[in-house]
Design a protein around this ligand. Structure first.
Ligand SMILES: N[C@@H](CCC(=O)N[C@@H](CS)C(=O)NCC(=O)O)C(=O)O
Length: 235
C-alpha cells in the first residue's frame, strides 16, 4: 500500500448507481484493493466539482479529483504497489500513449454516437449505429494484436476499464431500452470474448465483488425514464 493508503486518508467516491463512469472508477479502486466509501447522495457536488458538475468525483484526503479517465490515472499513481495489483497503464511509453489515445477516442466518439442513437427516432438511428460499429471495429483490431485476453495483456488495464462499460451499458440502453443490437459475436468475436472475460473473469475468485454492475432490469427502467425526461433536450 502506498503512504497515502497507509496514512488512512479517507477515500470517497461521489457518484450514482446507474453511471458507467462511476463504476469505472469503483472497479479501479477495488482492483487496487482500496476501500472506498461510496457516497451516493452528493449535496456538496457543486462545491467539489464546480466546473463540470458531473460525477464521478474521487475525494482523497478531502481533495476532489474529477473526470473518470483522469481519476484512473490518479489511482494508478497513488496506489502503484497496492494489493499486488499490476499497474493499470502499460509500462512501455509507446503502449501507454496508445492506451490513452484509444481510451480518449472511444470515450468521445462512443458517448456522442450512443446519445445520438438513444434519442433518435427509429428511422434516424443509422448514422449513430454505424459510428458505434466503427468503434467496435477499432477495439476488435486492437485486441487481436494483443498477447493476452485483455487490452492490458494478461491482466485488466486502463483501456479495459475505460471501455468496460460497453458490454453492460450498451446492452441496457440499446438492447434493453430500444431493442436494437450492436454487440455482435459474429462481427466482433474477439471483443465479444473479451467482454465475457471482463465481466466474468472465470479463473479469478470474487470477481463479482470487483467488477460490479447494477441490476439490469433496474437500469433499463432508469434509462427508459431518462429518455422520456431528456428527449426534448438531450444531455
Ligand atoms: N467525462 C466525464 C463524464 C461523466 C458523466 O457523464 N457523468 C454523468 C453521469 S454518467 C453526470 O454526472 N451527469 C449529470 C450532469 O451532467 O449533470 C467523466 O468521465 O467523468
Amino acid at each position: 500500500m502506498s503512504k497515502e493508503a497507509d496514512s488512512g486518508e479517507v477515500v470517497q467516491l461521489r457518484g450514482m448507481w446507474a453511471s458507467p463512469a462511476v463504476h469505472r472508477v469503483a472497479w479501479a479502486l477495488r482492483l487496487k484493493g482500496v476501500e472506498e466509501d461510496l457516497e451516493r447522495k452528493s449535496p456538496a457536488l457543486l462545491e467539489l466539482n464546480p466546473i463540470t458538475k458531473q460525477v464521478p468525483v474521487l475525494v482523497h484526503g478531502g481533495r476532489p479529483v474529477v473526470e473518470s479517465l483522469v481519476i484512473l490515472e490518479y489511482i494508478d499513481e497513488v496506489w502503484s504497489g497496492a494489493a499486488g495489483a499490476p499497474p493499470l497503464l502499460p509500462e512501455n511509453p509507446y503502449e501507454r500513449a496508445r492506451a490513452r489515445f484509444l481510451a480518449a477516442f472511444v470515450e468521445d466518439k462512443s458517448r456522442e454516437a450512443t446519445r445520438k442513437v438513444f434519442f433518435a427516432p427509429e428511422k434516424e438511428r443509422g448514422e449513430g449505429l454505424r459510428s458505434l460499429e466503427e468503434i467496435l471495429e477499432v477495439l476488435e483490431k486492437e485486441l487481436k494484436s494483443k498477447e493476452g485476453e485483455f487490452f492490458g495483456g494478461r491482466s485488466i488495464g486502463y483501456l479495459d476499464l475505460a471501455v468496460g462499460w460497453m458490454p453492460f451499458w450498451l446492452g441496457v440502453v440499446l438492447e434493453g431500452v430500444l431493442d436494437c443490437k450492436v454487440m455482435n459475436a459474429i462481427k466482433f468475436p474477439t471483443f465479444y470474448l473479451w467482454s465475457k472475460f471482463f465481466l466474468q473473469n472465470p479463473p479469478e475468485e470474487k470477481w463479482e465483488s470487483i467488477i460490479t454492475l447494477p441490476p439490469r432490469e433496474k437500469a433499463i427502467e432508469y434509462f427508459i425514464k431518462y429518455r422520456q425526461l431528456y428527449s426534448d433536450s438531450p444531455k
